[in-house]
Design a protein around this ligand. Structure first.
Ligand SMILES: Nc1nc2c(ncn2[C@@H]2O[C@H](COP(=O)(O)OP(=O)(O)OP(=O)(O)O)[C@@H](O)[C@H]2O)c(=O)[nH]1
Ligand SMILES: Nc1ncnc2c1ncn2[C@@H]1O[C@H](COP(=O)(O)OP(=O)(O)O)[C@@H](O)[C@H]1O
Ligand SMILES: [Mg+2]
Length: 173
């Protein structure tokens, strides 16, 4: 692939219900120099979530996690940046909010997380996870096509930001 990395970012229902929090996080995404390749607001479907959280299906928190994640709309973004995966996860802070609120109170999960399950955000944890997760929630998005035909515009800054759609689009001069 090229210079940029893509990651799947999710504002989970407990933060996606709060317009002030959404605005705060969107501003942070922009000021942290992420570009937004895809952006949508949707209630995640049970089928999608069972695929998404396959690795946790035998964990004690699995049922409450699926119930919570399908309980209301989420905001889902595909973010692009040089080290998008680790930079976004760094902003989130650790998974378990009960600990994060003491250790990293100013991280996004420290600020907006309510419990370990309702930890308000998702960020892909690897390139493989990001590709798998993007194909679940953005099945129409072709990752390799994006790197072949769109990435260089993002690298060269030949893009413009559409605030209303919260997305960066190619600026064909
Ligand atoms: N290992 C383990 N940890 C558990 C179990 N049940 C709860 N916990 C943890 O104990 C802490 C509090 O769990 P809960 O009381 O279920 O959390 P909650 O405040 O109800 O919020 P939700 O997790 O959103 O239901 C969290 O860190 C959970 O991960 C369990 O059966 N086994
Ligand atoms: N101990 C736990 N108690 C409750 N919920 C949990 C726990 N561990 C993980 N979860 C939930 O499962 C999701 C996926 O877990 P994991 O992949 O380990 O964390 P992350 O989302 O940071 O990659 C977490 O975001 C959280 O919502
Ligand atoms: Mg994970």
């Amino acid at each position: 692939m090229g210079y940029l990395e893509l990651t799947l970012a999710i504002l989970k229902p407990n933060v996606a219900v709060n317009p002030v929090a959404i605005k705060f996080v969107k501003n942070l995404i922009i000021t942290s120099n992420f570009k937004i390749v895809r952006s949508k607001r949707q209630k995640c479907k049970i089928k999608e979530l069972q695929l998404f959280y396959e690795e946790h299906k035998d964990k004690f928190f699995y049922n409450r996690l699926i119930t919570f994640m399908s309980s209301g709309p989420s905001e889902l973004f595909i973010l692009a940046k040089e080290n998008a995966i680790q930079d976004w996860r760094k902003l989130l802070g650790p998974t378990k909010v009960y600990r994060t609120q003491f250790e990293e109170p100013n991280s996004l999960r420290g600020l907006f997380g309510q419990s370990d399950t309702r930890n308000a955000f998702h960020g892909s944890d690897s390139k493989e996870s990001a590709e798998r997760e993007m194909s679940i929630f953005f099945p129409e998005f072709n990752i390799s096509d994006w790197f072949v035909s769109e990435e260089q515009f993002f690298v060269n800054g030949e893009i413009k930001f559409q605030e209303d759609k919260f997305i960066h689009v190619i600026q064909h001069t």
